[in-house]
Design a binder for this molecule. Structure first.
Ligand code: THU
Length: 150
């Protein structure tokens, strides 16, 4: 990825702040693990999400997918980056919360792997940035089915 395409530090800070705020909405009475995500569109809009659990466990949804599904259902399709924060309830952010495999695959559906940036953060100042291609190499996507992204 070209240097000029990488997110500026100010944008990363704003995105991490939004993810930290979204984490406060986490509904996680079973795992007590709270996750927040903030998804940045190419036009600068931010859509947030939190993890939402369920007594039947299976219907639980990760924060990243909540953000993606909110955005896609509102007609948004041009995604630039996502910031993710997660840690056990009652703790400050003590770890980098990398997206689970299912969420990586959902990102693969809507994002160009070499361009989409994933930020995992412990604070506005302490974060790591990777591309989706780094976290999901050789992934299976719409092109395998001869399908262009809409
Ligand atoms: N979780 C996320 O929200 N994102 C991930 O990428 C990994 C896991 C949530 C799901 C569940 O509510 C809790 O964290 C513990 O797995």
């Amino acid at each position: 990825m070209k240097e000029s395409e990488k997110l500026a530090a100010d944008s990363i800070h704003e995105l991490v702040r939004a993810a930290i705020k979204a984490r406060r909405k986490s509904y996680s009475p079973y795992s007590h693990y709270q996750v927040g995500a903030a998804l940045l569109m190419a036009d600068g809009q931010i859509v947030t999400g939190c993890n939402i659990e369920n007594a039947a466990y299976g219907p639980s949804n990760c924060a990243e997918r909540t953000a993606f599904f909110k955005a896609v259902s509102e007609g948004m399709r041009e995604f630039a980056a996502i910031a993710i924060v997660g840690s056990p309830e009652g703790e400050e952010l003590t770890q980098y919360a990398y997206p689970c495999g299912v969420c990586r695959q959902v990102m693969r559906e809507f994002c160009e792997p070499s361009q989409f940036q994933i930020i995992v953060a412990k604070s506005e100042e302490d974060y790591r940035v990777m591309t989706l291609a780094e976290l999901l190499p050789e992934g299976f996507g719409p092109e395998n089915l001869h399908c262009e992204r809409e």
